[in-house]
Design a binder for this molecule. Structure first.
Ligand code: GTP
Ligand code: ZN
Length: 315
């Protein structure tokens, strides 16, 4: 079969065998893969192409608006999670990210620091900067505002960007828009934090379905959803991954975990043992820093919890 001249495009949505692609000039096509591509990553993924990928397409002659994907460009980075198809298989969630945004809440529901830290570790492992967006500020009372102030201080001192919003009131959202401008951002968050509400604010005309938290447990509800990329009005794109709450700590051996706790960096070289895991070893500079109040205790507890959750022989 003959194809017309090849063009570059980006994957906006993947629904299994069909991909929605968009060219630089804004033309949208439904495309499918042709042949098997040689992959430069040393991972076994269940999906060869992911949202955010840059691809080469050729339009199908005689077909209306369909194309074939003939090549995929090397990825700048990508985030994977364990595939539901098997423990040792990986699913590429999104590729070519400039940053990731995690929508969190101090209340209704409260995002646990463990959840935040797992996300940060994963992002650090893939060299993706993170913006923490604390939403629902309108329901925070003094106690929650104190908690937010503490988290803001902790995470900003590590180098993360922290924003406070009330998406449903469109408050703080200008700052979010500014941070997203011109970039490819993966947006994530626990169910009920207001992620869809926020996306609807920054992508006008989208109107993603939002759920009311009250009367809905969130547990056991499984809708088949697909990652999707949206254009932002001032340039840049936003990748939503509905249904993907957590990426999991994949591909990080226990011994390397502390490298992704960026606030631990000044201390890990000071431990008595150079293979210190910062748990029960004597002369551990990390634990000394926690005791001296120089490292956040909750961050350290997240480290310990994540360390234990990684299988011993994961590498
Ligand atoms: N008080 C308050 N409620 C909000 C805010 N933003 C969103 N909500 C409400 O929180 C609930 C959940 O919002 P969604 O946008 O559906 O949350 P989500 O994070 O997308 O949740 P999933 O759809 O499960 O992924 C809805 O009832 C929203 O109206 C906010 O800033 N303040
Ligand atoms: Zn140590």
């Amino acid at each position: 079969m003959a194809y017309l001249c090849p063009v570059q495009a980006r994957i906006y949505k993947s629904t299994g065998s069909w991909y929605t692609v968009k060219t630089a000039t804004g033309d949208v096509f439904q495309a499918r893969m042709k042949g098997i591509f040689k992959k430069d990553e040393d991972i076994t993924s269940t999906n060869p192409i992911a949202v955010g990928d840059e691809v080469t397409i050729s339009l199908e002659e005689g077909e209306q608006g369909t194309a074939v994907i003939t090549d995929i460009a090397a990825r700048k980075n990508y985030i994977v999670r364990s595939s539901p198809q098997g423990k040792h298989k990986k699913h590429i969630v999104a590729a070519n990210l400039d940053q990731a945004a995690l929508v969190c809440t101090v209340k209704e529901p409260r995002t646990s620091q463990g959840f935040i830290d797992r996300f940060l570790v994963t992002a650090a492992a893939y060299h993706v900067p993170v913006i923490l967006i604390f939403n629902k500020k309108d329901v925070y009372k003094a106690k929650e505002m104190d908690k937010f102030a503490h988290w803001k201080a902790v995470y900003e001192s590590i180098g993360y960007t922290v924003v406070l919003t009330a998406a449903s009131l469109d408050e703080g959202t200008d700052e979010v828009r500014e941070l997203l401008k011109g970039k490819t951002t993966l947006i994530s968050g626990h169910s009920g934090v207001g992620k869809s509400t926020l996306i609807n604010r920054v992508v006008p005309g989208l109107e993603l379905r939002t759920k009311n938290v009250s009367g809905w447990s969130g547990k056991g509800l499984h809708t088949t959803t697909f990652a999707e990329m949206f254009d932002l009005p001032d340039g840049g794109t936003l990748i939503d991954t509905p249904g993907v709450r957590e990426f999991g700590i994949v591909d990080i051996p226990r011994a390397e975990l502390s490298h992704y706790f960026l606030d631990m960096q000044p201390y890990i070289t000071e431990c008595q043992f150079n293979n210190c895991q910062h748990l029960d070893e004597p002369g551990c500079a990390v634990k000394e820093a926690v005791e001296a109040g120089n490292l956040d205790m909750e961050r350290y507890l997240s480290y310990v919890a994540i360390w234990h959750s990684i299988e011993e022989n994961s590498y």
